[in-house]
Design a protein. Structure first.
Length: 329
């Protein structure tokens, strides 16, 4: 392991933690105080913010874990909970972004049908289904992720513990993250926004300024999701090939080991940047934010609405040949 990991990564995690908690908390307060979950989009945004907040709230655990050279002092229970939380956040975030893209596609491309399909009840049920599916996808992590102590060093790691004969099971988990957690949703998101862009170009050709603003938002959404997650997913796929012995090049193995912590940090930044992208890029959210700042000292009622919820995240890789396999996601 490179020594920079134990200094730089905790600093990055702490930065993401601070920005993520503030940004997602503000987004939740604004939605609860001003929007009040009266629109389909607000329901998806609320769940997205909650998922990200639950994710970043556990970053201090992983910052400590990394700073202590991958020694886990928090016990087996928190190891399982925090590790499961990162997988849960991965799937809920990706699924919610996909649902949000489909919702925008329906609203813009099929405005008449959307009046029937885009109801508050449908949105709430969709979010419940997303959380259930994400929980099911996270079950292997909570079952097999646990603490393991090396007797000769007395070092305790929080890792995915498995017998060598179950190597293909872990490969299957990694491939599920690549396809169900990234590629398939990304294709759906891209198709949705391509069709949205085509429709907007035809319908709002005369409204050039508005058209440009919408396209900027669309491009920002797709690019943020794509650029934050593709480094990790590429390295994750290479790691799968290494485990299957398809790749036996030591140089590639070194690239994966060196690049994975950086890729994980980039992916984590998606959770603290989402509030600014989905919330404060919109004129209404900026207006509500200014109102919140203006009246917060006066209105105790607004302050009382703050609800900070806790939950999730995960570590950087620990190279342990044999029974332990640790990756941040």
């Amino acid at each position: 392991m490179h020594s920079y990991i134990f200094i730089a990564i905790p600093i990055v995690y702490t930065t993401i933690f601070v920005i993520g908690v503030i940004g997602n908390s503000l987004l939740i307060i604004i939605i609860c105080t001003f929007v009040k979950l009266k629109t389909v989009a607000s329901i998806f945004l609320m769940n997205l913010a909650l998922s990200d907040l639950c994710f970043v709230i556990t970053l201090p655990l992983w910052a400590t874990y990394t700073a202590m050279h991958y020694h886990w002092p928090f016990g087996n229970f928190l190891c399982k909970v925090a590790s499961t939380a990162i997988t849960l956040n991965l799937y809920t975030t990706v699924f919610l972004l996909t649902c949000l893209s489909i919702d925008r596609y329906t609203a813009i491309v099929h405005p008449m049908k959307s009046r029937v399909q885009r109801t508050m009840m449908v949105a709430k049920v969709t979010c419940i289904v997303v959380w259930i599916v994400a929980c099911l996808a996270s079950l292997p992590t909570i079952i097999y992720r646990q603490t393991f102590t090396f007797q000769h060093t007395n070092q305790t790691v929080c890792a995915l513990i498995y017998a060598p004969k179950y190597i293909y099971f872990t490969v299957g988990m990694s491939l599920t993250k690549v396809f169900a957690g990234f590629l398939i949703p990304l294709v759906i998101i891209l198709i949705s926004y391509i069709l949205i862009g085509k429709t907007l170009k035809e319908v709002y050709r005369a409204q050039r300024t508005r058209n440009d603003d919408i396209f900027k938002m669309i491009v920002a959404i797709v690019l943020l999701f794509f650029f934050c997650w593709i480094p990790y997913q590429v390295l994750n796929f290479l790691d799968v090939l290494i485990q299957m012995k398809v790749i036996q090049n030591c140089h590639v193995n070194e690239i994966v080991d060196t690049g994975m912590p950086i890729a994980i940090c980039i992916a984590y930044f998606n959770s603290c940047l989402n509030p600014f992208l989905y919330g404060f890029f919109g004129k209404n959210f900026r207006k509500h934010f200014l109102q919140l700042i203006k009246y917060m000292p006066v209105k105790r009622r607004t302050q009382a609405s703050v609800n900070t919820k806790t939950s999730s995240l995960s570590p950087c890789p620990f190279d342990n040949k044999g029974t332990s396999h640790t990756t941040a996601l």
